[in-house]
Write a protein that binds this ligand. Structure first.
Ligand code: GTP
Length: 327
């Protein structure tokens, strides 16, 4: 329900779901992903006036996949499978086409569905959040802290983006409002020192989870990666297994750029999970499939709006069905 798993059930049962968490994930996703119509299936029925699936329909579908940043190779693979079925006369109406498309899409995203497991053998379980500026890191940390707290766990935040004063303030405001402690230092402080202090404090105070924010922009990209590697290394001195989750936040509306970012961050840091933000209303939501097929990294969460409740655990079937607008 919360989009993550604790290895052991909590001592106290989690409180009832907030009102916005009620209602099926599919219904909520459908409303958020397809403002109006789905980028994938809008008006498709009208393209098949006689009900016949022909090359024009398949070409249009391929164009939509590519335009939505599914990626040329992945789109071609999907269409090759569909074309074979058409040639065998297995797809002779829209329903059959959509069902075959659903199977293809599910084959891509099913393997990357995987909840974050908060392993209680680590005190705290450390989540390092990385990504370029503006991707939605701070918002994601707020949303994630909220659901973890709602499951009766003690969460602490580390304000590791010491490069930007506003980023620290944003996290502090969020922490105050939600009664979650935030460890911060002055602007320009060494982010590795912030991470070290925060982890030491969370260990001493026996917090369940520490979520560490990081900078998304430095003078050069190699500076940024070196800084993030140092944060990782320094945490490892206090707990050799930390960070236990390296969560990469990507702005889905950045399309193929997001894919490039993912490759760089993964090479440098070994990403263990991805959060795709701003999927609400973007016509570039196909990047989910590109990330899944090219990187094969677990997709943990989707951000589908700016408010704290616009955050859902990634479930392949709900996502695909919401895109295809099928109940
Ligand atoms: N529509 C939409 N907006 C989002 C989502 N997630 C974040 N945002 C918005 O994106 C903007 C950037 O989010 P931040 O959380 O500040 O991004 P950041 O990566 O921490 O970037 P800095 O704070 O600049 O380091 C904010 O205006 C957020 O409200 C989402 O899922 N959907």
């Amino acid at each position: 329900m919360f989009g993550f798993k604790k290895d052991k059930p909590p001592a106290n049962p989690p409180p009832p779901a907030a009102p916005e968490q009620q209602g099926s994930l599919f219904t909520r996703l459908r409303a958020k992903l397809n403002r109006g119509d789905s980028w994938l299936t809008y008006d498709l029925a009208n393209l098949i006036p006689g009900g016949k699936i022909d090359d024009a329909v398949l070409d249009e579908l391929e164009l939509r996949l590519i335009t939505a940043d599914v990626g040329v190779e992945t789109s071609e693979r999907i269409l090759t499978a569909l074309r074979k079925k058409v040639a065998r006369h297995e797809l002779d109406n829209l329903d059959a086409l959509l069902e075959a498309l659903r199977e293809q899409l599910m084959d891509i995203v099913r393997p990357v569905q995987g909840q974050m497991v908060i392993d209680s053998k680590y005190i705290p379980f450390v989540v390092l959040v990385v990504g370029v500026n503006g991707a939605g890191k701070t918002t994601t940390i707020g949303k994630l802290a909220r659901i973890i707290k709602a499951a009766d766990m003690k969460v602490m935040l580390a304000a590791g983006d010491t490069f930007r004063a506003a980023a620290v303030e944003q996290l502090q405001v969020w922490g105050q409002r939600n009664d979650v402690p935030v460890i911060a230092q002055a602007t320009g402080a060494d982010p590795a020192a912030v991470a070290f202090d925060a982890l030491q404090s969370a260990q001493a105070r026996k917090f369940d989870v520490l979520i560490a924010d990081t900078a998304g922009r430095l003078h050069t990209q190699s500076n940024l990666m070196d800084e993030l590697k140092k944060v990782k290394r320094v945490m490892g001195r206090l707990d050799p297994a930390a960070p236990h989750e390296v969560l990469l936040v990507l702005d889905a509306s950045q399309g193929q750029n997001a894919l490039q970012q993912a490759k760089l961050f993964n090479e440098a840091l070994g990403v263990t999970g991805v959060v795709l933000t701003k999927l609400d209303g973007t016509a570039k939501g196909g990047i989910v499939f590109a990330i899944a097929s090219e990187l094969k990294l677990p997709i943990r969460y989707l951000g589908v709006g700016e408010s704290v409740e616009d955050f859902v655990g990634f479930e392949a079937a709900a996502f695909v069905d919401a895109l295809l607008k099928r109940d």
